[in-house]
Design a binder for this molecule. Structure first.
Ligand SMILES: Nc1ncnc2c1ncn2[C@@H]1O[C@H](COP(=O)(O)OP(=O)(O)O)[C@@H](O)[C@H]1O
Ligand SMILES: Cc1cn([C@H]2C[C@H](O)[C@@H](COP(=O)(O)OP(=O)(O)O)O2)c(=O)[nH]c1=O
Length: 712
């Protein structure tokens, strides 16, 4: 059996020479400095929010809520509107100067907030801090990989310079993300200390702000002490709005079905909690410490969810889990909204965080795998496959944090008479409830769109997954191999069709390589002649010496080849969960023997349905090329069919087109005169939509092997 480790391209042990990242002195020194900056960056969020609340102390609830919304919105606004500008700046300025400058400026800005003690300056500080974070983040993510020297020996997949750079990039990402719960914890501690020392809310907030400024100062000093942060190089930061505008299904981002809805739902739930947390916690008697606890629950939950995403309920489809996670997160948010108890709100928020993290992990790793993992590993900042979901998450979170607090203020507290008693629904609770319902709808939409086990009931599917099994609905148990009519497979069947020289063989091969790189069990095959009998049939069919073969006999011989092919190659592979990529299938007979030979297409379709037991591809890629262009591409002497006149090939082309037009959702029609690389990228995007989870995840535990990978 062959084991593919392609989904885990980085070896545990780095190559000799430099055996781990921690042996790189500059990297060792930079990491704590970046950690400090990142903690400062995250701490700014609750610190400035608390400042806005303290500065609006005498005002009514709506004005305070509005101030919170403005601070949070301004913190995120630069990332939404000015991302490409930050990329340009980051590319112009020396990395060390950029890191140092961002920390020093943030030190000054945060320090002046308690000194000036004015709401407009708190707002301005939020915008400026957001702007500097936008500049700092791409530089901080690009700096660690740049510290790995060129030319390290490459003694394995992912080893050497490129392997260590990828590891450094992931380490930088972890450093920045892990700082969020650390900052929330620090804020909670500072709030508790402040509450113990000071009576006034203003002084307590000042303590947090001074501490925040001090963290930035320490970070700036730490960066200043490092001499060897490499210089600048181009950093591309795509505009989130442009990405979303272009995005969606079939857009250039190639976002698969359901991903946008899922990320919107998850980010809405997380953003709404972040926006409402300060006021909601205060309403529940929690003050700043309660606020910190909610933020800690959310951020730690998110991190845990991202870790859990690929590991939880392994036999369960990740695509199903994606929508379910969003729904679960929304339900937890409803609990936060309706139950007026701080510990319950903290626990429910942790669950919302975990669910959002699981959704993110499922969405980005399974639904949007990188088209070219190696190229993405080399990306200094953001893998392109993540750019679209990240843009959706950012813009949704922006809307949520900015809109939920003023919405809560506008709704105000409501007293509902329940007959026997009264129920008090806080304004924040009502706003969270609205956000939760929208997130719930987004989750249900994502579930509908991304589900790859439609028709399989959810509860038994979940129960089986809890037992570590894949649920097989009654009546769909594996059946005898010689009965293609009853193929009950879990795999995916992709056919490549088109005229002579269209590039079917080339693209089928490239698609198979790509799929294998992602750990899928792939069987590549072709018609006619994939089996022993098939080879003899192929010889008869294509030999130019074969003369006088009747059209019906020709059709039946192709169908006979296909029947053998399905029974002995395609069906067994699909039954074991493999992805079958076939160069030609039934459509070739319909196009060549039907349209080309001008025979009744429905009769040929009937014969083929019987021969194949009705097995239809999940996706047919039709490569369209003018017959003359295609035939000119071929180098070998023309076979019996290729030697047919031009108008025969024109009819074949028209036939393929008619078949695709009749069932557009099952076809991907491409102009095959375009460059190969472009075509294969489009094919990959489309294939992603129909991919199941990498089945080895489940099977691996049971068998400790991946299903065999073989070419037929
Ligand atoms: N998009 C393309 N543009 C130009 N040449 C191509 C393209 N795709 C394939 N080819 C070339 O055309 C020839 C036929 O390709 P092949 O994949 O064997 O076609 P088919 O299997 O459809 O007959 C090969 O030499 C291949 O390198
Ligand atoms: C599968 C199939 C192929 N054909 C023809 C098309 C091709 O000319 C030939 C298959 O030869 P092949 O060399 O495999 O063609 P290509 O590389 O273009 O895919 O058989 C039919 O006429 N009917 C069919 O059902």
């Amino acid at each position: 059996m062959t084991r593919t480790d392609a989904t885990r391209p980085y070896p545990a042990a780095p190559p000799p020479g430099v055996s781990s990242l921690s042996e790189l002195g500059p990297f060792r020194r930079l990491r704590p400095a970046l950690s400090l900056s990142a903690v400062g960056q995250w701490l700014t969020v609750p610190a400035l929010t608390a400042s806005a609340v303290a500065l609006t102390q005498g005002e009514d609830a709506a004005a305070r809520a509005q101030a919170v919304g403005v601070v949070l919105g301004l913190l995120l606004l630069p990332a939404v509107l000015l991302a490409p500008l930050a990329g340009l700046l980051a590319a112009r300025v020396d990395r060390r100067v950029a890191l140092l400058g961002a920390d020093a400026l943030r030190f000054v800005i945060v320090l002046t907030v308690p000194l000036l003690d004015m709401l407009p300056w708190t707002f301005a500080a939020a915008f400026l801090a957001g702007l500097l974070s936008l500049l700092w983040t791409p530089v901080a993510l690009a700096a660690p990989p740049a510290l790995v020297p060129d030319g390290l020996p490459d003694d394995g997949p992912g080893g050497g310079t490129s392997g260590l750079r990828a590891a450094a990039r992931r380490s930088a990402l972890r450093t920045v993300s892990a700082a969020a719960p650390a900052a929330a914890a620090l804020f909670t501690v500072l709030a508790l200390v402040g509450a113990g020392i000071f009576d006034g809310a203003g002084e307590r907030t000042d303590l947090v702000l001074y501490a925040n400024a001090a963290v930035f100062l320490l970070a700036a000093v730490a960066v200043a002490l490092i001499k060897d942060v490499a210089g600048a190089e181009p950093v591309h930061v795509p505009s989130p709005l442009a990405l979303i505008f272009r995005g969606g299904r079939g857009g250039r981002t190639g976002a698969p079905r359901g991903l946008g809805a899922a990320v919107t739902g998850a980010a809405l739930a997380a953003g709404a909690v972040t926006g409402a947390a300060r006021l909601h916690a205060a309403g529940l008697g929690g003050g700043d410490a309660g606020y910190g606890a909610v933020l800690l629950a959310l951020t730690a939950g998110l991190g845990f969810g991202i870790f859990l995403g690929p590991r939880v309920l392994r036999p369960f489809s990740r695509r199903r889990l994606l929508g379910l996670a969003v729904v679960a997160g929304a339900l937890a948010l409803i609990v936060t909204a309706l139950v007026g108890n701080l510990p319950v709100a903290v626990v429910a928020t942790a669950l919302t965080g975990v669910a959002a993290g699981v959704a993110w992990a499922c969405g980005t790793s399974v639904l949007a795998p990188p088209a070219d993992p190696e190229a993405e590993a080399a990306e200094p900042v953001e893998p392109p496959s993540r750019a679209y979901p990240r843009a959706v998450a950012l813009v949704t979170a922006f809307v949520a944090v900015a809109a939920v607090p003023p919405l809560a203020g506008a709704l105000g507290d409501t007293r509902i008479d329940l007959g026997g008693g009264v129920y008090d629904l806080a304004g924040t609770g009502a706003a969270l409830l609205i956000a939760a319902v929208v997130a719930l709808l987004a989750g249900l939409l994502a579930y509908r769109r991304a589900d790859d086990r439609r028709g399989v009931p959810l509860v038994p599917d979940l129960r089986a997954a809890l037992r570590g099994e894949v649920y097989v609905p009654p009546g769909e148990e594996p059946v005898e191999a010689d009965e293609p009519a009853a193929v009950r497979n879990r795999g995916v069947f992709i056919a490549f069709e088109g005229g002579e020289g269209a590039g079917k063989t080339t693209q089928a091969r490239l698609a198979a390589i790509w799929l294998r790189d992602h750990g899928y069990d792939v069987v590549t095959t072709q018609e006619p002649g994939a089996t022993k009998i098939g080879m003899r049939l192929r010889a008869m069919l294509l030999d130019r010496e074969t003369t006088g073969l009747s059209i019906r006999a020709e059709s039946l011989l192709y169908a006979a080849d296909r029947a053998d092919h399905v029974t002995n190659v395609i069906a067994p592979a699909l039954d074991r969960g493999a992805i079958v990529v076939s160069d030609r299938y039934v459509d070739s007979s319909l196009a060549y023997q039907g349209f080309g030979r001008q025979q009744p297409v429905d009769e040929i379709a009937r014969v083929n349905e019987w021969a194949t037991g009705g097995l239809v591809p999940d996706l047919t890629v039709l490569l369209e090329v003018p017959p003359r262009t295609g035939l000119n591409r071929l180098s070998a002497p023309a076979d019996r069919i290729e030697s047919e006149p031009q108008d025969f090939h024109e009819r074949v082309r028209g036939g393929f087109r008619a078949l695709a037009d009749a069932e557009p959702e099952r076809y991907l029609v491409l102009d095959a005169s375009r460059p190969q690389a472009e075509l294969s990228r489009e094919i990959q995007y489309r294939i992603r939509e129909i991919l199941p989870d990498p089945i080895p995840l489940g099977t691996e535990d049971a068998t400790h092997t991946f299903p065999a990978i073989r070419d037929v």
